[in-house]
Design a protein around this ligand. Structure first.
Ligand code: AFD
Ligand code: MN
Ligand code: MN
Length: 403
């Protein structure tokens, strides 16, 4: 986006930061989805990757800051990825991160790359290598790796055997990455395994990434932590280590609920963004470069909410959190911290959180010719009417292709 015309420098900086914000939306957030109890069919839900791209393009048209769509393979598999990339570009967005799927085939019952069966480990590694080839075909920078691998009972398997198997598979995939590509390693403390998960926290993910090399970084999914984990502290540590690759944004109350990011704990989202903004402004060039290269992706499934409205709301919640984080008086905060003035420092941070950023976001939208109210534009616009008429209500829970 062009830099904003005629505004004072500090406001200009805020507009430029808001204009450079990019939140990738997930293809799987547009199709029918559900819990293990039920998938409710949503009228107009996207049925194909082509329709998911249409929806993602509409979210970007409404918000101006959702310029790419993450793919999930094989759910979004096509015969010609350059055709798909061109289709996306014609709609005004790009293809983004590639998300492999090594959790839905029967063979993966005891794990994929950590399975005790060497044939299964090889099969899973081959799928990951296939996804690297897709990454090259789509021109994607990121391969987002999440593994359901783990165990359900003490004694079921060897922790250290599994760790070494994971490392071996990741190293094979790492060695095949394009020179400008990255693998983003996503940890999760439980589910679907209930006793142990092979990539269970940021420590083991960081450990693998540091062993693999500079093209391996950690992906933080907000829903993947135990209750009351201090996620902003993890974000700060990974930024400082130059190993924060990206986020899967969502919100949770209890587990990996994949609710609308910022809906249950907007303060946490704000604190995460304050770490990101301060890292971008850090004098340490390596930290600033890491912050500049963070991939912001939404990973949610909208099971009862209207899908596009939920996605637009998610993107707007990230925009609000960034706008507030940009208002933190960093100099005052730093001196209050250095003085050990506990509550002044706390108040300075909270002053930004409590600020009303709607006016500056409204100004941002008008400067860049974006709808002043994206949600009502979506609700009252023609797009939803058209897709509901055209798509009808796809059969729910039709399952996803696994080949
Ligand atoms: C599930 C997993 C993980 C993964 C996502 C997409 O918990 O977050 O990134 O599916 O595969 O939510
Ligand atoms: Mn995720
Ligand atoms: Mn998840």
């Amino acid at each position: 986006m062009p830099s904003s015309p005629e505004s004072p420098p500090e406001e200009d900086q805020i507009f430029d930061a808001l204009a450079s914000q990019a939140i990738e939306t997930p293809s799987w957030g547009y199709g029918n989805s559900g819990t293990r109890f039920k998938t409710f069919a949503a009228p107009g839900a996207a049925r194909t990757i082509w329709e998911k791209i249409d929806d993602a393009a509409e979210v970007h048209r409404l918000t101006g800051i959702a310029p790419s769509i993450a793919l999930h393979i094989p759910w979004d598999k096509v015969s010609d990825y350059s055709e798909l990339a061109q289709y996306a570009q014609d709609k005004g967005i790009e293809l983004g991160a590639i998300n492999p799927n090594v959790f839905q085939k029967d063979e993966y019952r005891l794990g994929s790359i950590a399975s005790p069966d060497p044939n299964v480990r090889a099969q899973a590694t081959d799928h990951l290598l296939e996804c690297v080839e897709i990454m090259k075909a789509t021109g994607s920078r990121d391969l987002s790796l999440w593994f359901a691998d783990g165990t359900n009972y003490a004694g079921q398997d060897s922790f250290r055997r599994r760790k070494r198997a994971v490392r071996e598979a990741l190293q094979t995939v790492y060695n095949s990455l394009p020179s400008d590509g990255r693998m983003l390693l996503e940890y999760k403390f439980f589910e679907p395994a209930f006793y142990y998960t092979d990539l269970f926290d940021w420590g083991i993910a960081l450990n693998h990434c540091q062993a693999l090399g500079p093209q391996a970084e950690v992906l933080v999914d907000l829903g993947h932590h135990a209750q009351s984990t201090n996620i902003e502290a993890i974000v700060a540590m990974l930024l400082d280590e130059g190993k924060l690759g990206g986020f899967h944004f969502n919100a949770r109350r209890y587990a990996d609920d994949d609710l609308i990011v910022g809906s249950t704990n907007p303060y946490e989202l704000f604190c995460i963004y304050t770490e990101l903004v301060s890292a971008e402004l850090d004098a340490d060039a390596a930290v600033a470069a890491t912050a500049d290269n963070v991939a912001y992706m939404i990973d949610q499934s909208h099971n009862i909410e209207p899908k596009l409205e939920a996605m637009v709301q998610s993107v707007l919640n990230c925009q609000t959190a960034l706008a507030k984080a940009l208002l933190v008086d960093r100099d005052a905060l730093k001196s209050a911290q250095e003085d050990g003035d506990v509550l002044l420092a706390h108040r300075i941070l909270n002053r930004a959180f409590e600020a009303d950023v709607e006016p500056i976001i409204a100004q941002f939208r008008s400067k860049f010719d974006l709808p002043s109210d994206p949600i009502s534009e979506l609700r009252n616009g023609q797009y939803l009417k058209d897709v509901i008429a055209e798509r009808g209500t796809a059969e729910a829970g039709g399952g996803y292709p696994t080949d």
